[in-house]
Design a protein around this ligand. Structure first.
Ligand SMILES: NC(=O)c1ccc[n+]([C@@H]2O[C@H](COP(=O)([O-])OP(=O)(O)OC[C@H]3O[C@@H](n4cnc5c(N)ncnc54)[C@H](O)[C@@H]3O)[C@@H](O)[C@H]2O)c1
Length: 259
């Protein structure tokens, strides 16, 4: 498959390696600051021309929270299957969904492409569902990442919190700041720390007077994200169960529901 990469930083380079390893061709790399990109621009028209000329059959976007929204709104109308890994834009999801439907494009996003994290999501959902019966347990989420990360809390932390709240009805509000008062029992606290080179650690604490249960996912390298993003594009560009091209907004949940 011919792949274009938008954002050619740390993840862009790793995705290129993963794509080559899986037998794909990287035909275009777009980045306004990376000197080794094949198209050094932040101008949408130039980006679209470079991608169009390259014959790309799929696009993977890992850029910056400040640029991702503009990139999505420029890239979706090309109709080329698009995988987005940059976080920090989901407040615009409904607008993106409308554009994807109008242009009949295949679009997949995830705050975390690692297979392990997607398994962890399922475990957290199940643990929260069990805890719904045991009111003596409180719950909180803690995440730590390297000090170059631009957004906080992490998109993965927010996804974990959403899954807890979907399965544990007594938690109805998410709180991501530091408390200057006592938390309400209905508040789910998601705390973040930024330090050193941590690739990404997420812990869910279930705590009672008698004990604590901790579920932790620790990312060891970032290669798992890159491989997951390439696998996601392969899935997105493959025909759906009805034999037709996939159209619409998908997440890694959809990829996992078919394995
Ligand atoms: N979803 C996941 O699984 C996952 C995993 C890791 C990282 N991420 C996210 O991916 C993003 C990139 O991570 P990274 O480690 O590669 O960061 P990075 O800083 O190494 O690279 C980002 C690149 O984007 C480029 N960029 C800036 N503006 C751009 C634009 N308008 N168009 C194209 N490129 C542009 C920068 O020049 C830089 O080279 C971050 O938002 C990060 O949080 C997501």
């Amino acid at each position: 498959m011919k792949i274009a990469l938008v954002g050619y930083g740390k993840m862009g380079h790793m995705i290129e390696k993963a794509a080559l390893m899986r037998g794909h061709e990287v035909v275009c790399t777009v980045d306004p600051y990376a000197k080794d990109a094949s198209c050094v621009t932040a101008v949408s028209e130039e980006m679209l021309k470079a991608i169009g000329d390259s014959g790309a059959e799929g696009i993977i976007e890992f850029s910056h929270p400040a640029s991702v929204t503009n990139n999505i709104f420029s890239l979706v109308p090309t109709g080329i299957p698009l995988v987005v890994g940059t976080t920090g834009w989901v407040d615009r999801l409904e607008e993106v969904r409308r554009l994807v439907d109008d242009t009949r494009t295949a679009f997949l996003y995830s705050s975390n492409f690692s297979v392990g994290v997607n398994l962890f999501y399922k475990m957290v959902s199940e643990a929260a569902r069990l805890m719904a019966e045991f009111e003596e347990y409180d719950v909180a989420v803690f995440e730590s990442h390297h000090n170059q990360k631009a957004d906080s809390p992490s998109g993965t932390g927010l996804d974990i919190a959403r899954r807890i709240m979907e399965n544990l009805p007594r938690k109805t509000t998410l709180f991501t700041d530091s408390f200057t008062r006592r938390p309400e029992p209905s508040e789910l606290h998601l705390a973040s720390v930024r330090v050193g080179s941590v690739p990404g650690t997420h812990t869910v604490y279930f705590d009672s007077a008698a004990d604590t249960i901790e579920l932790t996912h620790t990312a060891r390298t970032r290669e798992g994200f890159a491989l997951g993003a390439v696998r996601a594009l392969e899935w997105l560009a493959s025909p759906g169960p009805d034999g037709h091209a996939r159209i619409g907004v998908y997440t890694m949940n959809d990829v996992f529901s078919e394995v």
